[in-house]
Design a protein around this ligand. Structure first.
Ligand SMILES: [Zn+2]
Length: 263
């Protein structure tokens, strides 16, 4: 074989490996995860856990809630506000499962909502059924009806979406002392409001980098609504692009610490 042909074949093989590793495997992994998400969401209806239907989404899907524990403080944990952040849903359901079977893990009350945006979750899309980004739809001072990218659509009016209203009602009803909102996949801990000590504690356990700002403006975000304006310590836990098992290994202890904080 002439030297040049050999060279071309080697380059092609490397190219195929790169394509498989960086595109095909992640693509298949995401499809599989979405299938698992649909099954897991459907299973909540008949779960042995006492899931409550807190309210319903724009398309009438159940927005589930799990609550457990007694004590001075209440922690509200929210996930899948963006429906394409599928690993956040799995992490929150597993946290509820674990706390239910091992109640001694926590010393105070926790309220877990694993899918704020079930319509988006089941379609594997960031936005809700009305194509609104829930995390830009909260009635904050900086909410505005203009947006640059489709995926940041803040809605026609602040607080217009059922999913946004659900979170506002949860905050009103439970008056949480702190909140952890799970997103993906920036691999960072972000915080709003008086949450510095809490974020340091979580970082001790998951080793994620801490940032006080996500790096781009987020008008109408929950962090601004709850953290900056209502002064509720609010952590945005941004998972990396990893599967549910790895997300659990990295964050189980950090989440338990957040619930039990400051103890
Ligand atoms: Zn998100």
């Amino acid at each position: 074989m002439p030297f040049t042909n050999k060279y071309v074949i080697i380059v092609l093989i490397i190219l195929v490996i790169v394509i498989i590793y960086y595109f095909a495997i992640p693509f298949i992994r995401h499809i599989k995860l979405h299938q698992d998400t649909k099954k897991l969401y459907a299973s909540l209806k008949d779960s042995s856990l006492p899931w409550k239907v807190f309210t319903r989404s724009e398309q009438g899907r159940n927005i589930y809630l799990f609550e457990q524990g007694e004590g001075e403080s209440t922690t509200l944990i929210l996930a899948a506000m963006h429906g394409d952040e599928q690993n956040t849903f799995h992490l929150a359901v597993k946290l509820a499962d674990t706390i239910y079977t091992k109640p001694d893990l926590i010393n105070s009350k926790v309220v877990i909502v694993p899918a704020v945006n079930p319509d988006g979750l089941l379609r594997n899309e960031r936005i809700n059924a009305n194509e609104v980004d829930i995390n830009r739809n909260f009635p904050t001072e900086n909410w505005r009806p203009i947006y640059e990218k489709y995926k940041y659509n803040p809605g026609y009016e602040a607080g217009s979406e059922k999913e946004t209203q659900a979170v506002m009602e949860l905050i009103n009803l439970y008056q949480p002392d702190k909140m952890v909102v799970i997103h993906a996949d920036l691999h960072v801990l972000n915080y709003d409001g008086p949450a510095k000590d809490l974020v340091l504690r979580m970082a001790d356990y998951n080793g994620y980098r801490i940032e006080s700002s996500i790096g781009y403006p987020t008008p109408g975000s929950l962090g601004t609504y709850a953290g900056v304006e209502a002064r509720i310590p609010t952590i945005t836990l941004e998972l990396p692009d990893i599967g549910p098992e790895e997300a659990w290994e990295q964050n189980f202890e950090a989440l338990i610490q957040a619930i039990n904080f400051p103890e």
